[in-house]
Design a protein around this ligand. Structure first.
Ligand SMILES: [Zn+2]
Length: 517
């Protein structure tokens, strides 16, 4: 009892400390709305020469060429995130079939090291550059060497030069680090406007999913990057009817989700299970638009919000992002079924996020992943709902009811009873959130921001407690350095087994597409 109380006191301090850490760390890493992280000054673009992909170390016995190639990147999706979603799918009737995730059953599986040129723990820009160009660079850099003097050619640009059609799809903004690594060259991943302008000059055929973050620059006064893309021959589509009506003869399509969120990203799948178009729909549309072209296509599809939900340490939201990613892979798989002789599908990750562990001290030696089905919305949405209730001066019981409704917490039937300690923690967070707190007396923080921070305590705490009751734990709010998996099926798949480095993946892809020897 004492140790538990001591633990709970530590946990309060950890949670408050962690909340502040969330804001600081997340601000630094993957969240887009921040002034550019001070990486080396962006070198002028045009002068740097483009360096082609290096050749792979090993070649396959098969010398069949793949005409249709898919590279799926689950951002932040480590082994644990895949197993979590797999176990969830099998322990809950979320979908008619309780089968596993599609790609976890692929015949060829390997392990990929992810370190960047300057860190054992990579960010998405350096990892994206490695997965796109076959070369290492520093965290924060896109498509360039660490000195920023040399541009690295991506496998997508090389494929385009060879006459293949190129599709780039993501659930986060299309000028975010991972998709950008396949068409842009920038000293900083935070130069969102400059990256957006490079989409227009990419000569690629299809962009789908998220829109631009900062389409008019940080000052919001620049010429719209959407207009620039249109001037370069793209048709920008942002309504479902026109999207559905697209046909194979339509060229240079930039299709974005109709109601994008703040940073140009798609909504959370858990918040909008019936979202239209989904990541899978954007993938299927890409196949429709590019499949009848003479030289085939290369398509990169990113499940970008897996990373964001892992930064939130929000397991249920992560599961739904992985399931949405799997649904996109299934669209490629159904294409593969009728194109087995010339199609390759590769599924991997750029790094793991959150240090997710399938085991914790609260529920030692067991897991009950299925209780995560009682979470009805993302952390961000839960925080919004709690904020709203607090502004209406809701009582603790009302807030507790809101948490119960959206997480199942407190419901014995759902095996989610709240202990006295957990109740005390929530009460404390409620008290802190709904009453003026000297700690926030500082005049330099705007009131809405102060309120928001306080309110989130409750939401973060609730998600934490639920995660603990599922038996899982998170080791960090940032990325980890653990290896990630790669799965492959189709032509040349055998090249993706055993230990690999992330730079090996585009080298093998380019060879299997016949772009390099
Ligand atoms: Zn991240």
């Amino acid at each position: 009892m004492f140790t538990y109380m001591k633990q709970s006191h530590t946990r309060i301090m950890n949670t408050l400390g962690r909340l502040f850490a969330i804001w600081v760390l997340f601000l630094v890493a993957c969240s887009p709305n921040q002034p550019p992280t001070p990486t080396a000054a962006a070198a002028p673009q045009s002068t740097a020469s483009i360096e082609p992909l290096p050749s792979p170390a090993t070649v396959s016995a098969q010398n069949a060429r793949a005409k249709y190639v898919f590279l799926f990147i689950g951002d932040g999706m480590g082994y644990a995130q895949i197993q979590l979603a797999d176990m969830y799918k099998q322990s809950t009737a979320v979908s008619s079939s309780r089968a596993s995730l599609s790609f976890s059953q692929f015949p060829t599986q390997g392990r990929v090291t992810t370190r960047s040129a300057n860190s054992a723990v990579t960010d998405s820009a350096a990892a994206g550059t490695a997965l796109a160009t076959g070369r290492k660079t520093d965290n924060g850099v896109l498509g360039k060497d660490p000195t920023l003097k040399r541009n690295f050619e991506s496998v997508s640009a090389a494929a385009e030069r060879a006459g293949m059609k190129i599709g780039i799809i993501s659930s986060v903004s299309i000028n975010h680090a991972t998709p950008a690594a396949f068409y842009a060259h920038q000293g900083s991943r935070n130069s969102y406007y400059s990256i957006a302008l490079q989409l227009g000059t990419s000569r690629f055929d299809y962009f789908g999913g998220g829109g631009f973050n900062q389409p008019r620059g940080t000052t919001k006064t620049q010429k719209s990057a959407y207009d620039v893309a249109v001037e370069h021959g793209y048709t920008h589509i942002s309504d479902i009817a026109t999207f559905r009506a697209l046909k194979p003869s339509d060229k240079k399509i930039f299709a974005t989700y109709p109601n994008l969120l703040n940073a140009g990203e798609m909504p959370w799948s858990i918040d909008q299970p019936q979202m239209q178009p989904s990541l899978a729909d954007f993938t299927a549309k890409g196949i429709d638009l590019l499949k009848n072209r003479e030289h085939g296509f290369f398509m990169m599809v990113e499940g970008g919000k897996i990373d964001w939900s892992c930064h939130d340490n929000d397991a249920a939201t992560t599961i739904h992002e992985v399931l949405a990613f799997d649904a996109a892979v299934r669209r490629a798989l159904s294409f593969y079924e009728s194109h087995k002789d010339d199609t390759l599908i590769v599924v991997t990750a750029d790094h793991e996020t959150g240090g997710l562990s399938m085991g914790n001290n609260t529920l030692p030696m067991t897991l009950q992943i299925d209780v995560l089905q009682y979470q009805r919305c993302s952390l961000a949405t839960l925080e919004g709902k709690i904020q709203q209730a607090l502004q209406q001066k809701a009582s603790f019981d009302t807030v507790l009811g809101l948490i119960a409704e959206n997480t199942g917490l407190g419901d014995e039937q759902k095996r989610l009873p709240l202990t006295d300690t957990e109740l005390a923690l929530l009460k404390q967070a409620y008290t802190a959130a709904s009453s003026p707190n000297p700690e926030y007396g500082q005049t330099d923080i705007a009131l809405p921001e102060k309120k928001k921070r306080r309110g989130m305590n409750l939401s973060t705490l609730a998600i934490d407690i639920l995660n603990q009751k599922a038996g899982i734990n998170w080791g960090t709010l940032m990325h980890s350095g653990i290896d990630v998996p790669v799965f492959a099926i189709g032509i040349g798949a055998d090249q993706f087994q055993g230990p690999l480095d992330n730079t090996d993946i585009p080298k093998q892809l380019s060879r299997i597409m016949g772009l390099s020897q």
